[in-house]
Each structure stands twice: as C-alpha cells, then as structure tokens.
Design a protein around this ligand. Structure first.
Ligand code: NDP
Length: 201
C-alpha cells in the first residue's frame, strides 16, 4: 500500500521558534490563519480529502464552535480513553501519532491526499521521523514591535538537521490552489512573515 504524504504545518517566531503562550497562539494573524485553513482543506485532486492530526491540547485550544475543523478528517492524539475526551462521532482519536497515521492510511488510503500534523509542541517533537515535509511560517516582529510572550517552543536545531529548505517556487508547486498569494514576506499587525517548505533530504 502506498503511503500518503505526511506534512507538518507550523507558524513560529524566529529565531527562538516560539509557537504558543498559555495554551493559545501568541499572535492573531488573519492571513496566516487563512493560509493554514486553505492549505489543509484544499486538495489538488477534487475527489480526495486531507486529514489533520493534533495533540489533545491543541484540539482543546480550538474554540468549540470551530471544531472539528471542517472539510478535513480530524484526529486527536491522547493517552486518555476516548470516552474521557468527549469528541464528536466524526472525530477520530488515537493513542499515538504513528498509530494514527497508520490508521488513516489503512482506512482512507485511496481517498486521502495528505495527512497534516498541526501541533502542538509535544506532537511536533515526535514528528521529525514520521513526516516528509514541513510547512513553516517564519514570523518576526517589525522593528517597532515587541516580541510577544511565548512559553511553548520548537527545538531550533532539529528541523535543519534532516530537512532542507526549498525555494519559493518549489513551495508554490507543492501547495494546492490558495487565494492567499504566496509572496514573501507578508506584513500584518506589527509582524512580517515568510511561508517556507522543508523537505526530507
Ligand atoms: P499538544 O497539542 O502537543 O498536546 C499534548 C497532548 O497530546 C498530551 O497532553 C497528550 O494528551 C497527547 N500526546 C502527546 N504525545 C502523545 C503520545 N506519544 N501518545 C499519546 N498521546 C500523546 O500540546 P502542547 O502543549 O505541546 O502544545 C500546545 C500549544 O501549541 C498551544 O499553545 C497551541 O496554541 C500551540 N500551537 C501552536 C501552533 C503554531 O503553529 N504556532 C500549532 C498548534 C499548536 P493527553 O494529555 O490527553 O494524554
């Protein structure tokens, strides 16, 4: 059975690679959110669907009215029994990231286009050996802006260890059609940010 590509998606503040604060995102960037939504929802093949896999804390950080994330198969990783998670029927749960990926391949194989790993830090830290690509939005405050408070970070070394950054052209080819222009950098609310693609070397 051929395996579906697994893609981690993250937005992080460089250089410290901060991704969260008090269980939430440290910023509100509408265009970045739109990029995330469109990339993870849209497929190149209209007969297929994508899956999003996330840790239990990231699931809980999504306001209930916005979850499950629409037009995507949602899967939550947790060590707790499913009954304790109060998930809707259409949301899948798994007791490990690798089992979750296996389950999606077995049950949706031909219908699935990509599996997106969407966080948080604990799940990303277990993803390096399992993913083929990383979509990383690199954020920086503009010179007049403050660095936001952050308490959750990615390991700044690990990505560069086994993944190679690709060009903007390669990123554009990799992405499905989006209404967000793939130009770098984008400026929004005191920050500028760059969309990037890393692929397993
Ligand atoms: P996670 O979302 O990674 O969830 C952690 C939970 O996942 C654990 O408590 C456990 O659930 C479950 N889990 C983790 N590893 C395993 C395993 N091996 N087997 C079974 N279950 C496992 O939490 P974090 O606190 O690390 O990250 C959340 C933060 O990240 C928030 O601030 C959020 O806003 C941010 N974030 C940022 C993103 C960005 O792009 N900037 C994207 C996504 C999140 P349980 O306790 O139920 O057993």
């Amino acid at each position: 059975m051929s395996k579906v590509p697994v893609v981690a998606v993250v937005a992080c503040m460089i250089p410290e690679m901060g991704i969260g604060f008090q269980g939430k995102l440290p910023w509100r960037l509408a265009t970045e959110m739109k990029y995330f939504k469109e990339v993870t929802s849209t497929t190149k093949d209209p007969t297929k669907v994508n899956a999003v896999v996330m840790g239990r804390k990231t699931w809980e950080s999504i306001p209930p009215r916005f979850r499950p994330l629409p037009n995507r198969i949602n899967m939550v990783v947790s060590r707790q029994p499913r009954a304790q998670l109060h998930l809707d029927d259409q949301v899948y749960s798994t007791s490990s990231l690798s089992q979750g990926i296996e389950h999606l391949n077995t049950n949706f194989g031909e219908r699935l286009e990509r599996i997106y790993i969407i966080g948080g830090a604990e799940i990303y830290s277990q993803s390096y050996e399992l993913v083929d690509h990383w979509l990383v939005t690199k954020i920086q405050p503009l010179p007049e802006s403050q660095v936001p408070e952050m308490d959750t970070h990615l390991d700044p070394q690990r990505l560069a260890l086994t993944f190679k950054e690709r060009s903007l052209d390669e990123l554009s080819q990799f992405l499905p059609q989006t209404s967000v222009p793939i130009v770098n950098p984008i400026e929004e609310k005191g920050f500028h940010y760059w969309f990037t693609l890393y692929t397993n070397q």
